[in-house]
Design a protein around this ligand. Structure first.
Ligand SMILES: NC(=O)c1ccc[n+]([C@@H]2O[C@H](COP(=O)([O-])OP(=O)(O)OC[C@H]3O[C@@H](n4cnc5c(N)ncnc54)[C@H](O)[C@@H]3O)[C@@H](O)[C@H]2O)c1
Ligand SMILES: [Zn+2]
Length: 354
């Protein structure tokens, strides 16, 4: 596997889309493919071609949704690429949210042992998080991101214009990751975000770059998650389990990634008051902030048990111990903190308290 270079290649704005055309031509790719999902096809593809009028070999499509971030979809795209004559000198442009950039990146990294790919994230979450940092992958049944590769794309192009068509709850989902960046790395950024009056595309524009800066700083220090990078998983140990649970229970309300990790961050803030010395007042501040922006998810005792069962599969576990990233203070995370089971139900009580 190629090493992640000591820089992450990110360009901003519509000018970056214009420049992409020249870049693709100069790289003399044998064929150019664009991967979209059903929504990015509807809302983003025309605009992409408006700004980047490159001749593409084909637009490949997948059905939108986390439930399609799986091996079946990969197989379909590998087959499409193969039938359409893609070779090792082909390139794949992932135009979509985190599902498209995660899965498209994985497809590219594995097709003929790896072809170039570009990420053009079209959701807030994919801009500030999923498309940056080289993690590609797919889910294995209900288990999130179990199969994947760490490989930087040729470039990530961040253009906030895509956000205009993004549903509000999707915007909020991305905002959860931005709050996370503040909580784990930058108290000033957290303090700014927590006082925002609303989450709108116009307001978010100013905060995309600072979030990406926090993430890239962490990834560059530890691209393969040997230590520091683990802090990006704050809220995700419980958050992923919650997301998996709701994904596999179709009679329950749909929960987006950011919405699930928002709950995870509140639960883990409570755990931190017992296990990593976070003050109760900061845990309250975290809860109040998420309560302000996110609707409460009603998680009954039975569902809590099922969610806790899923934690056993978390990728951060080692030798049977459940490891958490917990805060000592805002901007001061601690990794590999093992948490006694007895605190879990109290954490849910804290989350549900008014
Ligand atoms: N690789 C990483 O480091 C990393 C980090 C965080 C999250 N993730 C992954 O990212 C995924 C979540 O990403 P997401 O929130 O972008 O989900 P998503 O890709 O499912 O996009 C959310 C929804 O918005 C639609 N959409 C995309 N762009 C749109 C636009 N401009 N206008 C209207 N609709 C649009 C999509 O079709 C989808 O229905 C999860 O699978 C998560 O595991 C990966
Ligand atoms: Zn996340």
């Amino acid at each position: 596997m190629d090493k992640i270079e000591n820089h992450i290649n990110i360009s901003y704005g519509t000018s970056a889309l214009l420049e992409l055309e020249d870049e693709l031509i100069s790289k003399q790719y044998s064929s150019i493919f664009v991967l979209v999902d059903s929504n990015s096809k509807t809302y983003c593809l025309n605009r992409f071609f408006k700004h980047c009028s490159i001749d593409v070999t084909a637009v490949l499509k997948m059905v939108a949704g986390e439930e399609n971030k799986n091996l079946n979809t990969c197989q379909k795209i590998w087959e499409d690429l193969s039938i359409l004559g893609a070779d090792r000198n082909s390139v794949l442009i992932n135009l979509g949210g985190g599902v498209v950039t995660d899965l498209g990146g994985f497809v590219a990294c594995t097709f003929k042992r790896g072809i170039d790919f570009y990420n053009i994230p079209t959701t807030l979450l994919a801009m500030v998080d999923a498309s940056v940092g080289g993690k590609t992958g797919i889910d294995l049944g209900a288990l999130k991101n179990q199969i994947g590769i760490i490989q930087e794309p040729q470039k990530v192009i961040i253009e906030s214009g895509w956000l205009e068509t993004l549903p509000n709850e999707e915007l909020r989902s991305g905002f959860a990751e931005m709050l996370k960046h503040g909580l784990i790395a930058n108290p000033d950024y957290w303090n700014t975000l927590k006082t925002l009056k609303e989450i709108s595309p116009k307001i978010m524009i100013d905060y995309i770059k600072p979030s990406i800066a926090e993430k890239t700083k962490i990834v560059l220090e530890d691209p393969y998650e040997k230590g520091l990078r683990k802090i990006l998983n704050f809220g995700h140990t419980l958050g992923h389990a919650i997301e998996s649970f709701y994904l596999t229970h179709s009679q329950k309300p749909r929960l987006l990634h950011g919405e699930a990790i928002a709950v995870g961050m509140v639960l883990e803030a409570y755990l931190a008051t017992h296990c990593s010395g976070l003050s109760k007042s900061i845990a309250e501040e975290v809860k109040e902030t998420f309560d302000k922006f996110f609707p409460k998810v009603d998680i009954c005792a039975e569902d809590q048990t099922a969610i806790l069962d899923l934690i056993g599969h978390d990728k951060k576990n080692k030798a049977g111990r459940v490891n958490f990233v917990l805060l000592k203070a805002i901007g001061e995370p601690d990794v590999d903190v093992s948490v006694p089971q007895e605190f879990f139900s109290k954490a849910f009580q804290f989350y549900h308290s008014v």
